[in-house]
Design a protein around this ligand. Sequence first.
Ligand code: CP3
Length: 342
Amino acid sequence: MIARDLLKSALSGQQTPRPPIWLMRQAGRYMSDYRNLRKKNSFMELCHEPDLATEITLQPIKAFGMDAAIFFCDILVTAEALGCKLDIVEKVGPVISNPIRCQQDLARLTPLDEAIDNLNYTHRALTQIRSALPADKGLLGFVGAPLTVGSYMIEGGSSSGVHTVFRLIQEDPELFAQIMERLTDLTIEYIGLQRSTGVDGIQIFESWASLLPRKIYLKHAFPHLQRLVKSCSNKEQPLILFALADSELWQDLQTLPVQVLSIGSQHDLRSFRKAFPDKALQGNLDSRYLLGDRNIMLHAAKEILEDMRDQGGYIFNLGHGITPKTPESNVSALVDLVLQWR
Ligand code: CP3
């Protein structure tokens, strides 16, 4: 079975001869090829220029041979398309210099039609990537969930405490809802745009799901994710939901009509399979294993592969993204293990 069919079968919940593999953040700073391009360009230039985005998307496929490529871009491009001035600053992370915190800020956001036009470069990049990628490899698109992207828009960057988001929800829930709605509208269009290029699936990143208490998340963030997923549910190009969430919150998240749940390494894949038999699963090797001894890493990966043997609808991945200090040789050994698994 060719790699792309393995991916498509597993995404739609079917048993495959072996699990397909791709890795979150498989293109990025741990690769010397990426760092070389990054020296000459800002991160946003790499995203905006389709030739560069294509080259970077293909780098890990050429080097390690994963079954699927993931579009090289960032979840925050929707915020940028809405008028947020986004920069990725060395050793700091994303910075938005004009955060959205009051009605005047909201009024300045770019209208939907214009915002979707601002994302046209992603259509060009994905089209180019699909034709440059070997025909037997899968291709995934992705978007950020409204809360995860909205938190950066409101905080102005990474913030472990999300104090400003928390306060805004308490003090002006209507404004918070309007920001979420604008983002949700654009993200629905953006998923359609990515799908029109022929991607095999779309991963939704809800990385910040657990930064709010469950009750607040369910009241103020979840309904927007629910609207997004309901308007984009499509069995031909399945949705994968990645979230960093505890088991209690997953009970709520799994009610969404997504085909695949991508779970963090604190969870047990077999328990999820029992609890949610209708969902395909993706994950969940702890990315810290890739920083250490190769044999220990391979042993941990084999345990997961054994656990999920004959479990159907399973895609091998990490619990979260590859970290920048990961040796390329460990990624290579991990991919080889899964490609040869029977
Ligand atoms: O998985 C992939 O290979 C596809 C590309 C991708 C990137 N970011 C590239 C990137 C994807 C899917 C993302 C998702 C993303 N971006 C998330 C959700 C996933 C997660 O990790 O929880 C979030 C929260 C972001 C926002 C973001 N973008 C952060 C926090 C950072 C800084 C991280 C850091 O290590 O500095 C970015 C920048 C970014 N996005 C880089 C890459 C390769 C590093 C940029 C650089 O070269 O400096």
